[in-house]
Write a protein that binds this ligand. Sequence first.
Ligand code: ADP
Ligand code: UDP
Length: 242
Amino acid sequence: MITETLLYTGKAKSLYTTENPDQLLCVFRNDTSAFDGEKIVQLARKGMVNNYFNAFIMQKLAQAGIPNHFEKLKNDTSSIVKRLKMIPVECVVRNFAAGSLCRRLGVEMGLELKPPTFEFFLKNDALHDPMINDSLIITFQWATQKDIDQMKAYALQVNTVLSELFLKAGLLLVDYKLEFGHYHNSLILGDEFSPDGCRIWDAKTKKVLDKDRFRKDMGDVVEAYEEVAQRLGIALPVMPVA
Ligand code: ADP
Ligand code: UDP
């Protein structure tokens, strides 16, 4: 009996139904995109690395009391997750200035942000994910005030847990993007946490170890993701380079 039907193909992951209506199979592909999908390349091993990376981080967050959709690893490139009704906003937390914050405000890259900042963006590639705020989210009914408060609280809790975890490995968690959704009546963290959706720098040398290597054509993209995984103690299976 065929139980898996393709439900959604995003820029980096594909979601399939499973025999359990409350669960999806999330497949991490090697597709790597930037600039709202304008630049797309296949990077060998990336799907596998992100699948293991995400599993490790989501389990750490669950242990710290942050509910999320991760259920279990299915194979090297896919995991079983809870099926969520996603909220179409991206939550970005920043500890150091980089990327769009520098472009928008003209601040120096690497400036430490105290306290960390929180921003909402609308998930809409055609509109280039515009920045939005609580008022717009309420008016356009993308989420409720209760959801907004919960997303902010969880996003900052994630920061406490992960900044410490990364720092212990000599890494700075510069910024990251989270997506939330509803599982029945609860709001929980969904999507992924991997170097595709965050910025990570070596704490001493400030070497870039995230998707900026791809955006800026710096090379060794997956090698950098693997270095972070290894430093965090994530065991990756050895796979031949395709
Ligand atoms: P994008 O949609 O940005 O191109 P991806 O390739 O990562 O990104 O696709 C994953 C899609 O699946 C995203 O739209 C995300 O909101 C959605 N998603 C992530 N986790 C879940 C989940 N647990 N249940 C339902 N949808 C999810
Ligand atoms: N980010 C993401 N998906 C997006 C937009 C941003 O994963 O659609 C991540 C990005 O990798 C970075 C953080 O969110 O870790 C902040 O991104 P920023 O606003 O600086 O945008 P960028 O300069 O990457 O376009």
